[in-house]
Design a protein around this ligand. Structure first.
Ligand SMILES: Nc1nc2c(c(=O)[nH]1)N[C@H]1C(S)=C(S)[C@@H](COP(=O)(O)OP(=O)(O)OC[C@H]3O[C@@H](n4cnc5c(=O)[nH]c(N)nc54)[C@H](O)[C@@H]3O)O[C@H]1N2
Ligand SMILES: Nc1nc2c(c(=O)[nH]1)N[C@H]1C(S)=C(S)[C@@H](COP(=O)(O)OP(=O)(O)OC[C@H]3O[C@@H](n4cnc5c(=O)[nH]c(N)nc54)[C@H](O)[C@@H]3O)O[C@H]1N2
Ligand SMILES: [Mo]
Length: 704
C-alpha cells in the first residue's frame, strides 16, 4: 500500500508495529502504535516516544481495533428502500450512489438554487484534511448554504478573539512549573487525560490544584480545593475575583500599562461586583472568592486551564471573556506555563484558505446556517427551504440540541439526506443514501492539536475496509460527478498536506511533509510564553478589556454577567415548573456519541445516568439505581439515577452522549437541551437547561 512502511517489528515474526495518530475531537491528539498482523489491526497502544502521549492511551482508544472492526461498520454504499427512518437499506455500487446524488443535487439546484443544499459536518476527525479541505472546496464551488460550525467552541472562540485576539496560551508541557493550576470548567481525567500527569507532576513539585465545576468529577475530588458554582454563573465569579484583585492592589501595573487596553473601564465594572454580590449569584462563599483571588495573586507561575464546558451556556462568551481578563491584570502571562489556556489551535498556523478555497464561493456568498439550529433550519427555513442535507464527520441525530426538532426535520419525506459514515449511527437511520467512510487507520492526514504543540503525520496502516473512502476522496468523486473541472479537485492528499504547511507562518518554518515522513512528530516553533511581552492578536495588539468590536455588536464592551436563559434568575417562572439545572458534560467512556456503540464502552459507562443531589432525590423519593423521568417542555428522557455529592442541590448531571438506539424509548439526552445560540459566536448551550425529575418505571428491555 502506498505511503505505508513498517516502523518496527515486534519480536513476533508476523506482527508489524506502525504509527498512527488518534483522529478524535479531543485535546490530546495521541500518537498510537498499531500492531498489524496479516493486514489486520490486532492491538493498539500509546506511543512512548511522543512527549505528551507518553506511552498510554485513554480507555476509549486502547481497544481501537474494536471500533475499526465493529459489526456496525458501513462497508458499502446503500440506498433507502423502506419508509424514511425505518432503517431499510439495500446495497448499491459507488457509481449508482454518485449518480443518484449528483442527479438529485442538480434537480434541487434547478428548482430551488444551490442554497437549498446544506452540508452538515463537524469533528468526527480533527485531521486537517479529513476535517475540512476537499469537502469545503466542493460545497463552496457548489454554492451550497454555508454551515456555521458552532456546536463545540464558538462562544469561547469569539470571546478569546475579542479579548486576547487569538486562540493561544501556554504550552501545556510547561504547566509542570506552575505553582497553581485552576481547572475551570474542564474535566481533565475524562476529557483531557494527558493533562492529568502534567498536573500530578506539578503537584509533586508543590503546585496546588483548584477545580471550579458544578460537577464534582474525578479531578474535582482529587483537587486540593473544589469550588462548585451554580451552572452558568462563572462570569460573576470572575468579576468578583477581579474586584478583589483591584481592591487589594494585587495587580501587575506594568503589564496592565504596557499590554492592556481599557483597564479604567474594567475597574469601574468590577467595582459593581464585590465578592458578596458574586457569592449571591454563584453560591460560592464571599470568603472563598477572596481566598481564590489571594491564592492566584501569590502563585507564580499560575494557570487558568479553562474548558469548553463553561462556555456551553447562553452566556458562555461573556464567561470566557471575564476569565480571560484575569491573567492580564496580574501579569501571569509573563511566565512559561502561566496565564490562561482554553485553546492552542492558533499555534500551528496552517494555511486554511489554501485548503478550503473560500474563493470558489459565488458572490455574494451563500447564506450561513448555524449548525445548532439544525432542527429549525430543516423545519422552518424558507427561501429556499433545505431540500438536501449532506452529513459527514457528525452524528446530528444524537449530538445536536433539541433532538425532537432535529428528528422532525430529518423525517421529512421531501428531504434528501446523504450520510458518509464509518458506523451505522442514529443519523444513518434517516438517510436516503449512506456512503462508507474509512477510519483513521485507513486514511492519510496531517494532525495538529488544540492543546499541545506537536504536528504529526498519519498514514494508513491497513487497507480500507469494504468500499470505504476518506472524506477527501468522496468529495473528489462528487466533484467529478457534478462536472467540476477546477484542478483543485484533483489534488491528492499529499498535495493538500503541502498546501496546508505552506502558510508562511514562522511557527511552521522548516516543517515539511518530507520531514514529517521521517520524524512523524514535530513540535511547532512557538514561544513557550507567547504573551510574556504582549503581542496579542487584537486590533490594538493588547488584551482588550474594553472592546470596540463588542460595542459595535451591541454587547457590553467590557464584560457583564447575564443569568443563563434558563435559570432561577434568568427565567423564574420556568424555574418554578422545572427547578433543576441539568448539565450534560462529556462521558468518561464516550467521545460525544463516538464509542457509544461499542459494548465494552457501554458496559463500563453503565446505564444512561443522571447524578442527583441527595436533597433533590429525597424530595422525590428517588434512590440510587431507580429509573427516573427527566423532562421539560422540549422532551422527556428516561435515565437511571445515582444519588450522591456530584453536585449541589438543584443541579443534576448527565454524562453524555448515548446513542438514542441504546436509550429507553429511543430518546437521547439532547431531547432536553436548548438550541439557543450563545451571547457571542452563536455557540451551543448544552448545559443551560431547566428540568423536572420524577420516578419512572425501569425500561422494559435493558439498555445495555
Ligand atoms: N471522555 C471524553 N473526552 C472528551 C469528550 C467526550 O465526550 N468524552 N469530548 C471531547 C470534546 S468534543 C471536547 S469539546 C472536549 C470537551 O472537554 P471539556 O471542556 O472538559 O467539556 P465538557 O465535558 O463538556 O465540560 C467540562 C466541564 O465543564 C463543566 N461545566 C458545565 N457547566 C459549567 C459551568 O457553568 N461552570 C463551570 N465552571 N463548569 C461547567 C462540566 O461539568 C464538565 O465537568 O473534550 C473532548 N474529550
Ligand atoms: N448534550 C450534549 N450534546 C453535545 C455535547 C455535550 O457536551 N452535551 N457536546 C457537543 C460537542 S463538544 C461536540 S464537538 C459535538 C460533536 O458532535 P459530532 O461532531 O457529531 O461528534 P460525534 O458524536 O463524535 O460523531 C462524529 C461522527 O463522525 C464519524 N466519523 C469519524 N471520523 C470520520 C471520517 O473520517 N469520515 C466520516 N465521514 N465520518 C467520520 C463518527 O463515526 C461519528 O459517528 O457534540 C455536541 N453535543
Ligand atoms: Mo467538542
Amino acid at each position: 500500500m502506498s505511503g505505508t512502511r513498517p516502523e518496527s517489528r515486534n519480536g513476533a515474526e508476523d506482527v508489524v508495529v506502525k504509527r498512527a495518530v488518534c483522529p478524535h475531537d479531543c485535546w490530546d491528539t495521541c500518537s498510537m502504535l498499531v500492531h498489524v498482523k496479516a493486514g489486520r489491526v490486532v492491538r493498539v497502544m500509546g506511543d512512548p516516544d511522543h512527549p505528551v502521549t507518553r506511552g498510554y492511551l485513554c480507555v476509549k482508544t486502547n481497544h481501537y481495533e474494536e471500533r475499526v472492526y465493529s459489526p456496525d461498520r458501513v462497508l458499502h454504499p446503500m440506498k433507502r428502500v423502506g419508509p424514511k427512518g425505518a432503517g431499510q437499506f439495500e446495497r448499491i455500487s459507488w457509481d449508482e450512489a454518485l449518480t443518484i446524488i449528483a442527479d438529485r443535487f442538480k434537480a434541487i439546484i434547478a428548482e430551488h438554487g444551490a442554497e437549498a443544499i446544506l452540508p452538515y459536518s463537524y469533528a468526527g476527525t480533527i485531521g486537517t484534511l479529513q476535517y475540512g479541505s476537499m469537502d469545503r472546496r466542493f460545497f463552496h464551488r457548489l454554492g451550497a448554504s454555508q454551515l456555521d460550525r458552532t456546536i463545540c467552541s464558538a462562544a469561547g472562540e469569539a470571546a478569546m478573539g475579542a479579548t486576547i485576539g487569538t486562540r493561544m496560551g501556554p504550552d501545556p508541557e510547561d504547566m509542570v512549573h506552575a505553582r497553581l493550576i485552576v481547572v475551570w470548567g474542564v474535566n481533565p481525567i475524562s476529557s483531557n487525560p494527558h493533562q492529568w500527569p502534567i498536573i500530578q507532576e506539578a503537584r509533586r513539585r508543590g503546585a496546588r490544584l483548584v477545580a471550579i465545576d458544578p460537577y464534582r468529577h474525578k479531578a474535582a475530588r482529587e483537587a486540593d480545593w473544589h469550588l462548585s458554582p451554580r451552572p452558568g454563573t462563572d462570569a460573576a465569579l470572575a468579576l468578583g475575583l477581579m474586584h478583589v484583585l483591584v481592591r487589594e492592589g494585587w495587580l501587575d501595573r506594568d503589564y496592565i500599562d504596557r499590554y492592556t487596553l481599557g483597564f479604567d473601564r474594567l475597574e469601574q465594572k468590577v467595582a459593581e461586583w464585590p465578592p458578596e454580590r458574586a457569592a449571591a449569584v454563584t453560591g460560592i462563599a464571599a470568603e472563598d472568592i477572596v481566598r481564590l483571588a489571594r491564592l492566584w495573586w501569590e502563585s507564580r507561575p499560575g494557570v487558568l486551564r479553562v474548558g469548553y464546558g463553561l462556555q456551553r451556556h447562553t452566556n458562555g462568551g461573556s464567561t470566557v471573556r471575564a476569565i480571560a481578563m484575569i491573567p492580564a491584570l496580574t501579569g501571569h502571562w509573563r511566565d512559561p506555563g502561566g496565564g490562561f489556556l482554553l485553546s492552542n489551535s492558533a499555534s500551528c498556523g496552517l494555511n486554511a484558505n489554501a485548503l478550503k478555497r473560500p474563493d470558489l464561493m459565488p458572490s455574494p456568498p451563500p447564506r450561513k446556517i448555524n449548525m445548532i439550529e439544525l432542527g429549525k433550519a430543516l423545519t422552518e427555513l424558507q427561501d429556499p427551504p433545505v431540500m438536501a442535507l449532506m452529513v459527514h464527520n457528525s452524528n446530528p441525530a444524537s449530538v445536536a440540541p433539541n433532538q425532537s426538532r432535529v428528528l422532525a426535520g430529518l423525517s421529512r419525506e421531501d428531504l434528501f439526506t446523504v450520510v458518509h459514515e464509518q458506523l451505522f449511527t442514529d443519523t444513518c437511520k434517516w438517510a436516503d443514501i449512506i456512503l462508507p467512510a474509512t477510519t483513521q487507520f485507513e486514511q492519510t492526514d496531517l494532525m495538529t492539536s488544540y492543546w499541545h504543540l506537536y504536528v504529526q503525520l498519519n498514514e494508513p496502516v491497513i487497507e480500507p475496509l469494504g468500499e470505504a473512502v476518506p472524506n477527501t476522496e468522496l468529495f473528489r468523486r462528487l466533484a467529478r460527478a457534478m462536472g467540476f473541472t477546477e484542478p483543485c479537485f484533483s489534488d491528492t492528499d499529499e498535495d493538500l498536506i503541502r498546501q496546508a504547511l505552506d502558510s508562511g507562518s514562522p511557527y511552521l518554518e522548516g516543517i515539511t511533509l518530507e520531514r514529517l515522513k521521517k520524524e512523524r512528530i514535530i513540535k511547532v516553533n512557538r514561544p513557550a510564553a507567547p504573551f510574556a511581552e504582549g503581542g496579542f492578536g487584537t486590533p490594538s495588539g493588547r488584551v482588550e478589556l474594553y472592546s470596540e468590536d463588542l460595542a459595535a455588536a451591541g454587547l457590553d464592551p467590557v464584560v457583564e454577567y447575564t443569568p443563563p436563559a434558563e435559570s432561577i434568575d434568568g427565567s423564574p417562572e420556568l424555574a418554578a415548573r422545572y427547578p433543576i439545572a441539568l448539565i450534560t458534560p462529556a462521558a468518561h467512556h464516550f467521545l460525544n456519541s463516538t464509542f457509544a456503540n461499542l459494548p465494552r464502552m457501554r458496559e463500563r459507562e453503565g446505564a444512561p445516568t443522571v447524578y442527583l443531589n441527595p436533597v433533590d432525590a429525597a424530595a422525590r423519593g428517588i434512590r440510587s439505581g431507580d429509573w427516573v423521568r427527566v423532562f421539560n417542555d422540549r422532551g422527556s428522557v428516561r435515565l437511571q439515577a445515582q444519588v450522591g455529592d456530584w453536585s449541589q442541590p438543584g443541579v443534576a448531571v448527565s454524562p453524555s452522549i448515548w446513542w438514542s438506539r441504546f436509550m429507553p424509548d429511543g430518546v437521547g439526552i439532547n431531547a432536553l437541551t436548548l438550541d439557543r445560540p450563545t451571547d457571542m459566536g452563536g455557540g451551543a448551550s448544552f448545559h443551560t437547561n431547566l428540568v423536572q425529575v420524577e420516578p419512572a418505571d425501569p425500561p422494559a428491555e435493558p439498555s445495555r
